[in-house]
Design a binder for this molecule. Structure first.
Ligand code: PLP
Length: 419
């Protein structure tokens, strides 16, 4: 066969098909802040960027020790070191959902865990169900594998609970898993026990495993409870994806894992072997971080989690109370994670043809940037991150409120005035 004689390097389909909608949205939006006002981004889902939230001394010391010991410089088993898997199994075991070290697959962040679950369960042409609004990564990862996503609705007027009949109507013969996210990004919602049970009943009826994104485990406001989905079922096999990213405030460490909960061995031996083989593609997660994980999971004090949650909860209360009084905006009260969704009644802002324009003008005039709902396939909402120093959040909210009042036109009032 004739060899090539010119340079014609193309990008492979897999790379070209790996598209993150958030990046698309951010690149297509005109984001030109008003130079006269300090720019406040309420858009970045990284709790460390504002400097007010950082890991505690116990976490830092665990990393320093891991480096100094010289015991964690080499390759570890691709599914994770024995000590790390054991520590994670202990940290995640709850009544009703026991775990062994061998049920844990250590990954490079929770994203990687989700990626592996999709890759292990779905073939091209098959589909998985994902929430709408929801974390865009599920679609990004699936698309490159040729796996379809079918969205099921969450209900804003019902604390963003799943529309279970809609979910069930989306199931077809090609459906291989239900992706579930609790507490939720972008909604900031936390599901009550009965609702999780109702979802599990649907999964059981259709013999579908659940991929549970529980990266915000235990990040719930006072008076609310996080219930691990695996603790509520012995029948439905569940792959739980978690990590140290959000709760421990160390997204950059890239440490996550899959917990395989499967009382009746419905996943089977070949499925676990498949997960192991996927781990071998990149020879496992960072060894230094793995070396620190047992100490991080055991020594991080409750006061550390409590103080981060206090910041989030104070932000949540302020944003919710402020926007509840702003005509044309309807915040949905969050109960966990680190976000709030705010509805825009776009008909009351006739200056703007779409929520998109609302967001663009908001940046242009007030130098405040929130991610438009379209980033989560949910127009007429925007998402606010609740991890900023409270003073910054307050400043941003005052500006958003003034902006909204400036452009708000209520048809009823106009009519009444005319009479
Ligand atoms: C942040 C986030 C992740 C990703 O976590 P990493 O550990 O940084 O990969 C996964 N799922 C949701 C819903 C998230 O918000």
């Amino acid at each position: 066969m004739k060899s090539k004689t010119n340079w014609n390097i193309k990008v492979a389909k897999f790379a070209a098909n790996t598209v993150n909608p958030i990046r698309d949205v951010v690149e297509n939006l005109k984001i030109e802040p008003n130079a006269a006002k300090k720019f406040i981004p309420l858009s970045i889902g990284d709790p460390t960027v504002y400097g007010n939230l950082k890991p505690c001394d116990e976490i830092i010391e665990a990393i320093v020790e891991s480096v100094k010991s010289n015991e964690h410089n080499g390759y570890v088993a691709s599914t994770g070191s024995e000590a790390t898997r054991k520590a994670i199994a202990e940290y995640c075991s709850v009544v009703g959902a026991p775990l062994e070290a061998t049920d844990i697959f250590v990954t490079s962040g929770c994203s990687h865990a989700i990626d592996m679950c999709i890759a292990a369960l779905a073939d091209p042409g098959e589909n998985i169900l994902i929430p709408r609004p929801g974390f865009p990564l599920y679609k990004t990862l699936s698309a490159a594998y040729g796996v379809q996503v079918k969205e099921y609705n969450l209900k804003p007027n019902d604390n963003w609970q799943i529309d279970l009949s809609h979910l069930e109507s989306q199931i077809d013969s090609k459906t291989v898993a239900i992706v579930y996210n609790n507490p939720s990004n972008p909604c900031g919602s936390v599901f009550p026990e009965q609702h999780i049970r109702d979802l599990l009943a649907v999964a059981e009826r259709h013999c579908l495993p659940v991929i549970a994104d529980e990266i915000y485990e235990n990040m719930v406001f006072s008076g609310h409870q996080f219930i691990p989905i695996a603790s509520l079922t012995t029948e439905v096999p569940v792959l739980v994806c978690r990590g140290t990213t959000k709760r421990f405030l160390i997204p950059g460490y890239r440490l996550g894992w899959i917990q395989v909960h499967d009382r009746h061995s419905r996943f089977g031996v070949s499925f676990r072997k498949g997960l192991t083989q996927l781990c071998q593609r990149i020879m496992g997660a960072n060894s230094i971080v793995q070396g620190a994980i047992p100490a991080i999971l055991r020594n991080t004090p409750k006061t550390f989690f409590d103080s981060a949650l206090r910041v989030i909860q104070e932000n949540a209360a302020f944003v919710y109370n402020t926007f509840s009084r702003v005509p044309g905006l309807s915040p949905v009260k969050p109960t966990g994670a680190m976000y709030i969704m705010v509805g825009i009644d776009i008909q009351c802002f006739p200056t703007f043809k779409s929520d998109w324009q609302f967001i663009e003008r908001l940046v242009g005039e007030e130098s405040v940037f929130c991610l438009p709902g379209q980033a989560f396939n949910y127009p007429n909402y925007f998402r606010i991150v609740l991890t900023l120093p409270l003073e910054l959040t307050k400043e941003a909210c005052v500006r958003i409120a003034e902006f909204s009042k400036r452009y708000y036109v209520c048809n009823n009032i106009v009519k009444n005035n005319a009479l």
